[in-house]
Design a protein around this ligand. Structure first.
Ligand code: CA
Length: 227
């Protein structure tokens, strides 16, 4: 009888898991490769699985409760100083792997493939932004060499949360990637701050609503419930 219960329990878990998976597919959320898309999982003041690139200048980066499109947190990046009269810094929505950004822990991707993105941004003060915000995919090859996608630019016209979406092609040979959103400009004021929330990146166009939950944590909790 115990074996029967065990078999039934396993079957029930598989059934529940299948139902959860099909719900996600129906909602169009299952295709988001970002694991902490709403920056709700925070470690040491930073959104887990997100990171920062600073090419010129210095930048504050972390998770904040000051602003959130959904949930309690958003990610932010602040210009603390310009480097050689320019700010070149981005939030990378992936664990891009420290100062030299080897990309080993970024998201697996296919090379020479179109990826779709969407996200919500909010400037703290629009007057600090006299230039566009840069969007690009940071990609890495198997040997860790970095390959960047073409640049795209978004223009901020509101201090409300605004949704942007688009698509970008990964360079040939890409194995991992991170969506980079940030500054490349000499027209930003010190203190310019951008908030970012509910990020989507995937092989299919995004739905309007992003599943804000941390998928790994959420799925793990659901599996544990079955024990
Ligand atoms: Ca959030």
């Amino acid at each position: 009888m115990r074996v029967l219960y065990t078999v039934f329990g396993m079957f029930f878990c598989i059934l529940v898991a299948s139902m959860l998976a099909s719900n996600l597919v129906v909602a169009g959320e299952d295709n988001n490769i970002i694991e902490n898309p709403s920056a709700e999982e925070v470690i040491d003041g930073k959104p887990a699985k997100w990171s920062k690139y600073a090419g010129a200048g210095s930048f504050g980066f972390g998770a904040t409760k000051d602003e959130a499109y959904s949930g309690d947190y958003s990610a932010y990046i602040t210009v603390n100083a310009l480097g050689q009269s320019k700010a070149n810094g981005s939030i990378l929505v992936a664990d891009a792997g420290g100062a030299y950004l080897g990309g080993a822990n970024a998201y697996e991707c296919k090379g020479n493939t179109e990826y779709f993105y969407s996200f919500y941004v909010k400037p703290e003060d629009l007057d600090d932004f006299n230039d566009s915000v840069r969007v690009r995919l940071w990609c890495w090859q198997a040997n860790g060499n970095r390959k960047l996608s073409n640049k795209q630019w978004i223009i901020l016209t509101s201090e409300d949360w605004t949704r942007f979406e688009g698509s970008v092609r990964t360079p040939a040979g890409s194995k991992t990637c991170a969506l980079g959103i940030g500054f490349y400009s000499s027209n930003l004021k010190i203190g310019a701050t951008l908030y970012l929330d509910d990020v989507y990146l995937g092989l299919t166009p995004p739905t309007i609503a992003v599943d804000a939950s941390d998928k790994l944590t959420t799925t793990w909790k659901k599996i544990r419930m079955c024990k």
